[in-house]
Design a binder for this molecule. Structure first.
Ligand code: COS
Length: 382
């Protein structure tokens, strides 16, 4: 399957490739080492309109196709997974507004997300509700023209740096999944603050932390959809964004493979480049087979979304599972090709392996993806 891109999209991908080589790749190791959010890179993505890609033109965005967004995420992740996550989460945090918001709500928040002036966050997970998203405890109680939020969200990407936080909370504790409602909580809202910031294995430049709600008054005007719509909004958002994580995993795998191939050509042992050995060639070939297979699944999921296929979530889950498992296998093998050098921080492949691990976990573990896939299979036959 060859994805057909228009001339503009091709130019955009070429521009991103140059940008990554010149500006992103040279910063990647430092971003990982310091663990600080790369504001300069965020500004660069904003200036180049990359953060505008997921948003419709009428709200100041580029209105890019999902396939193009995935290709850009892939290019960014080849050099720096943290950088690619900035685009992924801008889409993740804003999608509930695009899917369920009114025109007024979209006009209120989307244009400044599209320019990159504001960042977005998606706050679903809590200490006691990870895979079981419906087990959340954060409460939202209606009080006149406000809701009062109390609770804690954790492992939230962009915690404390996002202006627009999409937050899911229980409005009816007796209604199960139909008692969850979605809100936008803006940075600076009284009763809303950053809690603990996590120290992570990978994607270290991305800020992950807790969001704390203590009698936080959120206007009714900030509710997305109706009371009780929250769980469906959360799930249909993830159906659309999981291919972004798959694209990130694909980019990491491609970056590690590129590095391993180059190394195998110049590293000499036993008087010849190690890449002349069939043992290494077979490893490189297997890495390429997996990476290329992942690419086809990622682009296919994007095309399903672009076409509005009714079961695109099925293909999102497949792409995310396969691409993230591939990223782990390929980065692991890349380290092996480099031998002892692969284990050292002087070379990028150990960082790539640490970054790859999260793609098997966030936006739904690969075990959850398999549940989604299996349930879809059963539904098709019912
Ligand atoms: N799109 C729209 N609606 C969906 C949906 C989807 N993809 N998946 C489920 N729903 C709806 C169901 O139709 C059902 O609605 P009704 O009660 O009206 O029929 C409701 O949501 C509950 O569905 P279900 O019974 O399948 O929910 P479960 O509690 O069993 O959870 C999983 C389903 C496991 C798929 C869900 O909890 C999940 O995705 N967990 C992972 C969460 C995650 O990805 N976290 C990462 C956060 S971002 S880093």
């Amino acid at each position: 399957m060859a994805v057909q891109l228009g001339a503009e999209e091709k130019m955009l991908i070429d521009m991103v490739r140059d940008l990554v080589r010149e500006r992103v790749a040279p910063r990647a190791a430092e971003v990982d080492a310091t663990g600080e959010f790369p504001w300069d890179i965020k500004d660069l993505l904003a200036q180049q309109d990359i953060l505008a890609m997921p948003f419709p033109e009428e709200y100041g965005g580029l209105g890019s196709s999902e396939v193009t967004i995935l290709m850009v995420i892939e290019e960014l992740a080849r050099a720096c997974a943290t950088t690619s996550l900035i685009l992924c989460v801008q889409q993740l945090g804003a999608l509930p507004i695009l899917l369920a918001g009114t025109d007024d709500q979209k006009r209120q928040w989307i244009p400044r997300l599209a320019t990159g002036e504001w960042l977005a966050a998606y706050a679903l997970t809590e200490p006691g509700s990870g895979s079981d998203a419906a087990a959340m405890r954060t409460r939202a109680v209606r009080d006149g023209d406000h809701y009062v939020l109390n609770g804690l969200k954790h492992f939230i990407t962009n915690a404390g740096i996002a202006h627009v936080n999409t937050v899911f909370a229980i409005t009816d504790p007796n209604a199960g999944v139909r008692g969850i409602t979605a809100f936008v909580v803006e940075d600076g809202t009284p009763g809303f603050h950053l809690g603990k910031v996590e120290n992570k294995m990978g994607i270290r430049g991305s800020q992950t932390g807790e969001l704390v709600f203590e009698d936080c008054h959120v206007p009714v005007a900030n509710r997305l959809g109706k009371d009780g719509d929250g769980f469906k909004i959360a799930m249909s958002t993830l159906d659309r964004t999981r291919p972004g994580i798959a694209a990130q995993a694909l980019g990491i795998a491609q970056g590690a493979l590129d590095f391993a191939v180059a190394y195998s050509k110049q590293r000499v042992q036993f008087k010849r480049p190690i890449g002349d050995n069939q043992g290494i060639q077979f490893m490189l070939a297997d890495m390429e087979i997996q990476t290329e297979a992942a690419r086809q699944l990622v682009y296919h999921a994007g095309e399903m979304i672009d076409q509005g296929a009714p079961d695109f979530g099925h293909y999102s889950a497949i792409a995310k599972t396969f691409a993230s498992d591939t990223a782990i296998d390929v980065t692991n093998d890349a380290i092996q090709v480099l031998g002892g050098y692969g284990y050292m921080k002087e070379f990028p492949v150990e960082r790539m392996m640490r970054d790859a691990k999260i793609t098997q976990i966030y936006e739904g573990t690969n075990q959850i993806q398999r549940i989604v896939i299996a349930r879809n299979l059963q539904k098709r036959q019912s």
